[in-house]
Design a protein around this ligand. Structure first.
Ligand code: BG6
Length: 457
């Protein structure tokens, strides 16, 4: 069976500056939290591999963009490194401007549309030391940074993203110890989340005011929440709260311009009072996104909360669905239909806003064992993963979902925040020692898909 995707469908991959550029302190780049954390506690990082050890896009972007073209990309998402562009928060780094301008030109020249994100977990250390997103001033600084990016690159980029997965640094940094500041504090989490949203809205406002003809959006990691049972009220409530806190807390203000009333109620229940002004809410209301990017890897399965539990346990607890298919390498559930459920939710509850899959992919540990005698990684599992998800995405599009693209995570094996190179995600294999690139089997499969705009079984 073959299934056609809409004309002009975007095919490509996503990555981020901090995960693939390397060249950490070169040409004036200042430290972000990851550089800083690695310097202080390298043992926290898998095999002590720090953010300097990347595929070196900073030096290799020309050959990488040629490779992207060979794989059939018509679009590619990466992020600008904030501390490369404005190292001290005041002065624009002209070396960085010329690097990014060259990259965006090169992409455009090859017919690969650059989709440029402003923030991918890389808080400048300078701002981190002043409270990061907990400090309202960070939102002001972000808005200044965004304006500089629009002015310097607006002629080369017409699809902008403010944040990738803004909830991740909140969840992992304020309810977990996987991002800095690594504390557990629900109130601080909410305040940091609010300032992130405010920063987003201020950047959208600046973009609209700038008169650029392009579009601006946000990328959210939406995890459909499924209850353990469909008839137990407590399980249903658990799924409602997981969705409210982890999906709707950014989705609603970004698309609808307002926080869900139930979230406000939740804060009251938890005794959380935020500091904000009426003007902040007005900025959020007036600056909705043009498009949405969705990162989908796995669903969230939950069961009734524990009334005597602490923190969020009161509202929901994780639930291991016995029928779940698990990616043994990453421990994440693979549930292809989740992509369809997201599409239908956006269609029915978020005015069918134009959206695209901004990340979907499969991380695999020890991938070298799948290498054949010619040295090509036979990653059929990755092909199946993409194909199965795309099948469900296609069905949603047939049912009127306004989805206009699919980006895989990722183009080339890249450095990751928590796992460094433990799980490989690329269509292209990176030999870390030599820096050499080798297309995996999935790269050819992707090229056939993108070039024909057709998914074939
Ligand atoms: C996404 C992030 O959530 O997942 C990426 O946007 C990240 O930055 C990717 O690398 C894969 O996650 P991990 O932890 O398996 O590398």
């Amino acid at each position: 069976m073959s299934r056609n995707f809409p004309d002009q469908f975007l095919w490509g991959a996503a990555s981020s500056g901090p995960q693939m550029e390397g060249a950490g302190s070169l040409n004036g780049k200042a430290q972000n939290v990851w550089d800083y954390w690695f310097e202080k506690e390298p043992e926290t990082f898998y095999q002590q591999i720090g953010p300097e050890e990347t595929s070196g896009f900073y030096h290799h972007y020309k050959e990488d963009i040629v490779l992207m073209k060979e794989i059939g990309f018509n679009s590619f998402r990466t992020s600008i490194s904030w501390t490369r562009l404005i190292p001290d928060g005041l002065q624009v780094n002209e070396e960085a401007v010329s690097f990014y301008r060259d990259v965006f030109k090169e992409l455009n020249d090859k017919g690969i549309k650059p989709i440029i994100n402003l923030y991918h977990f890389d808080m400048p250390v300078r701002l981190h030391k002043q409270g990061g997103w907990e400090n309202r001033e960070t939102a002001e600084e972000f808005s200044r940074y965004a304006k500089i990016a629009f002015t310097r690159f607006g002629d080369l980029v017409d699809e902008w993203v403010t944040f990738n997965e803004p909830i991740v640094p909140i969840e992992m940094g304020y309810l977990n110890d996987k991002h800095l500041p690594a504390v557990y504090d629900l109130k601080r989490a909410f305040q940091a989340g609010f300032h992130t949203m405010l920063a987003h809205a201020k950047a959208v406002k600046a973009f609209k005011k700038s008169g650029h003809s392009g579009k601006i959006g946000i990328i959210l990691n939406l995890m459909p929440s499924y209850p353990r049972s469909s008839d137990e009220k407590n399980d249903q409530d658990a799924a409602f709260y997981a969705d409210l806190l982890f999906n709707r807390s950014f989705l609603d203000p970004a698309v609808k311009g307002a926080y869900p009333a139930e979230l406000v109620e939740f804060m009251k229940q938890e005794g959380i009072t935020l500091s904000f002004t009426g003007e902040d809410l007005e900025i959020i209301r007036a600056n909705k996104i043009d498009f949405l990017g969705v990162n989908y890897y796995q669903p969230r399965r939950v069961q009734a909360g524990d009334p005597l539990g602490s923190g969020l346990d009161k509202y929901f607890q994780p639930y291991q669905w016995p029928e779940a298919k698990i990616n043994p390498h990453r421990g994440w559930e693979i549930y292809e239909k989740g992509i369809y459920d997201i599409a239908i939710t956006i269609r029915d509850h978020y005015s069918n806003i134009p959206w695209f899959i901004a990340e979907n992919g499969m991380g695999v540990e020890g991938e070298e064992r799948f290498e054949d005698e010619k040295g090509i990684i036979q990653d059929d599992y990755r092909i199946d993963f993409m194909s199965d998800h795309l099948g469900w995405l296609h069905k949603a599009i047939e049912e009127r979902s306004n989805c206009y693209g699919y980006h895989v995570w990722t183009f080339i094996d890249n450095w990751s925040w928590l796992n460094e190179y433990k799980n490989r995600y690329g269509l292209v294999r990176l030999d870390l020692a030599s820096g050499k690139r080798y297309k995996k089997k999935s790269a050819d499969w992707f090229n056939a898909l993108a070039s024909s705009n057709q998914l074939t079984d």
